[in-house]
Structures are given as structure tokens and as C-alpha cells.
Design a protein around this ligand. Sequence first.
Ligand SMILES: Nc1ncnc2c1ncn2[C@@H]1O[C@H](COP(=O)(O)OP(=O)(O)OP(=O)(O)O)[C@@H](O)[C@H]1O
Ligand SMILES: [Mg+2]
Length: 264
Amino acid sequence: MAIAISVVNQKGGVGKTTTTVNLGAALAAKGKRVLLIDIDAQSNLTTHLGLGSKEDAADLNEIPQGPELTIYDVLKGSKKIHDVIIKRSPNLEVVPSSLLLSAADLELGGVVGRELLLKRAIEKVRDQYDIILIDCPPTLGLLSLNALAAVDKVIVPVQSEYLALHGVRQLLDTIDQVRNVYNQNLIVGGVLICLHDSRKRLARAVADTIRAYFGQLVFNTIIRENVALAEAPAKGQTILEYMPKSSGAEDYSALAEEVLNVKA
Ligand SMILES: Nc1ncnc2c1ncn2[C@@H]1O[C@H](COP(=O)(O)OP(=O)(O)OP(=O)(O)O)[C@@H](O)[C@H]1O
Ligand SMILES: [Mg+2]
């Protein structure tokens, strides 16, 4: 029975997608059966894994085509989750996203039980994986509520920069509300310091502040700033595929180890 984790922070660009992809890849490399779900209309996870539209298509008139079937079809109820899963590599499977998802808040607004659509979908495949990771959008709308209602834990990436904790109170309040209404077992599995530049005094100070605020909840592993992590998406590769000896690969492997130890 899979453990399901949402990677969430409504602050943009903090490392949610990078973490979902590369933590997932590191867990898969350790022999775990992993399902990644992209529930962000930007579809960054989908393209990061080389499953998105062809941005570098030679013919500029060619309309970029993403995957035909996506999480959008599942949430709309026209497809089963089994129908949209893509096998990326032996242990790593993906539910892709689509730009169509940007209208989901409106389109699903009138649906009864709209906050539980993803939970119901995931329940059908939980027994086929060890870990399910969900990459959330940088908002706390209906899609993020679905992601929070569907999982056992959340991982909150924060950037060790000025205003790192901006909005965190609101995020924790939202998690509390979801726990009270939809998902009483939901826990914060960990706060992850991302994009960390230990040479910067400010970054070190912010990391200390984050540890003071969250205490034991902060993962020991810190994800260092590493250009290879920023380059890998353009290659459609995980960091383990693109540069297995990089600090990024090392950090996400250490994080995978930490996540598995907590689980045991
Ligand atoms: N440790 C890192 N070192 C260097 N670059 C990184 C690192 N982590 C993420 N990046 C880069 O920073 C940018 C933002 O990261 P990412 O897309 O993972 O954030 P996000 O929280 O998913 O953003 P959004 O809120 O838009 O979904 C990306 O260009 C990514 O490649
Ligand atoms: Mg993202």
C-alpha cells in the first residue's frame, strides 16, 4: 500500500517540481515503485520528464502536443487513472498534466465532492506503488485542496532566501482545515530547505530561522543550489539520468534515504 505525499507550497519557484521529480527518481533508484502525479496546469513535471510538448520543434507552426490523456480527464471523470498513467522507466510512472487544468477550478466548481476527486482516483492505484508523490501548483485553490485531501503527508519545500516563511502560516492553516474537514490523518512529513547557497550568509541565517520555526520537522538533508538541477528539465531528464555524480543527485538521494527511514 503506497504512502502518498504532496509536495506543496503556494509560493512559486521554491523547488516543488524539482523535488517531486528527483525525490521520485531517487526513490525509484532505490527499488521503490513510484508514481508521480502532476496536478499543476503549468505541467512542469510532465515536461521535466520529457513527456510534455515539444518546445524545440523544428517547425514553429507545429502545434505543441502534450500527452493525449492527463489528470484533467481523470478529474473530469471521463477517464480512469489507469488510462492516463505513463511508464517513464521501470520503477517510475507518471500521471501527466495539461494546460486544460487551468480551467479546472471553474469547471469543477459545481461538482459535489470536488475536493475528493483525486483521493478517489488514487485509491484505485495505491496498492500498485510504494510511494505516490504529487507536484502541486503555486496556489491554494481546488487542485491543491485535492492534493492535500488525497495524501498521508506533505513535504513543504522552502527556499533559504528572504521571505522564505512568507505565506507559510497560511499554508499551515490550510493544512489544518483540510485535516479537520477531509483528511484527519494528514501530517506535515517535513520541511525541505531548497536552492540553498551555503556561501551566502543570508542563506545560512534563513536556514537557521527555518530550523528555529519548524524544529524537528525540517529534513536534515538540505538541497544545495546546483546548476545541473536547473539544466536537467530542458533535457527531459531526472538529475540521476542527467548528472548522477552532481551534488543535486547526491542531495536528492540523501533525501530519499531520509524519507524511507521516517516511513520505517
Ligand atoms: N537546488 C536547485 N539548484 C538550482 N536550481 C534549482 C534548484 N531547485 C530548483 N531549481 C530551479 O529553480 C526553478 C524553480 O524550481 P521549481 O520549478 O522546482 O519550483 P516550483 O516550486 O515547482 O515552481 P512553481 O511554483 O512555478 O511550480 C527551476 O528553474 C528549477 O530548475
Ligand atoms: Mg512547479
